[in-house]
Design a protein. Structure first.
Length: 124
């Protein structure tokens, strides 16, 4: 028996192992944006648009989130050391067009980590 076989025969354990009820009973993986935090998103979006930055060139520094950045740092820890996923709620996407929503998504992502392609067909 190989070591891989041994690994597959042991129960999984750790913070990234969860069941539905675990998620229902915890909010550590959820961020519900306040009106002030959505205001920060609006201001960051305006900043990017005013400078004419192309989407893929936008960095966390280009997308300033003065108070929200601390919450995003906490979520980064949940991503890297906890459940492995997070949910950001109350982003008012209905008031943005597709391009603006993409910029906000990219800008938030820049505060959470380094983007990588998940498409195997895309050359790295």
């Amino acid at each position: 028996m190989t070591s891989v076989d041994n690994v597959l025969r042991r129960p999984c354990a750790g913070p990234a192992v969860w069941k539905g009820p675990d998620l229902a009973n915890s909010t550590e993986w959820v961020l519900r944006l306040s009106p002030a935090q959505t205001g920060e998103l609006d201001a960051a979006l305006r900043s990017v648009r005013e400078r004419g930055l192309p989407l893929l060139k936008v960095t966390a520094d280009d997308f300033p989130l003065p108070t929200l950045a601390g919450e995003l740092a906490r979520l980064t820890d949940v991503l890297e050391n906890g459940r492995g996923f997070v949910r950001v709620k109350r982003i008012p996407v209905e008031r943005y067009g597709r391009a603006a929503a993409s910029t906000i998504s990219w800008g938030l992502g820049q505060h959470l980590g380094v983007p990588v392609s998940q498409n195997a067909a895309v050359a790295t």
